[in-house]
Ligand binder design. Structure first.
Ligand code: RB5
Length: 145
């Protein structure tokens, strides 16, 4: 699986930890920045990562800003993107099973590195349930794209 990852300055440190984790797990990824702590707009990395996902250069995207909120708002404005802001393992799993999310947003100022890595692991490795009611709801989301 190919993963696109990006952050703003508020998510930079956690993004570096997640990049190292993806490397350790031999998960293929592209890092769309930011590459240091200089203040920047979350929108830019969000648009690079979601473009990679919507154009199928990557199957999934991971976006990290201070809270994860700006990233998730921006990501969900892009056609074909279903982004979830996740800070716990229950929703990491549920949003794959129920919503077939293709982008994971997290807040680097909200959660610790180990829970973030566990969230990434669960989110990347949980398949969409493909149950009829969940398919129907995802199709309704797509109609609003
Ligand atoms: C940057 O200070 C911060 O606003 C940003 O990382 C994010 O939390 C926005 O939603």
């Amino acid at each position: 699986m190919k993963v696109a990852i990006g952050a703003d300055h508020g998510g930079f440190e956690l993004k570096e930890k997640i990049v190292a984790y993806l490397k350790e797990k031999s998960i293929d990824y592209t890092d769309y920045g930011t590459y240091d702590m200089t203040s920047c707009d979350y929108n830019d990395a969000a648009l690079k990562v979601t473009t990679a996902v919507s154009e199928k250069q990557a199957e999934r995207g991971i976006l990290i800003c201070g809270t994860g909120i700006g990233m998730s708002i921006q990501a969900n404005k892009v056609k074909g993107i279903r982004a979830a802001l996740v800070h716990d393992l229950f929703t990491a799993k549920a949003t794959r099973l129920h919503n077939d999310t293709n982008v994971l947003a997290m807040g680097g100022r909200i959660i610790g590195d180990e829970i973030a890595k566990a969230i990434v692991d669960v989110w990347l490795h949980t398949e969409f349930s493909n149950e009829e009611r969940h398919r129907r709801r995802v199709e309704k989301l797509e109609k609003n794209d």
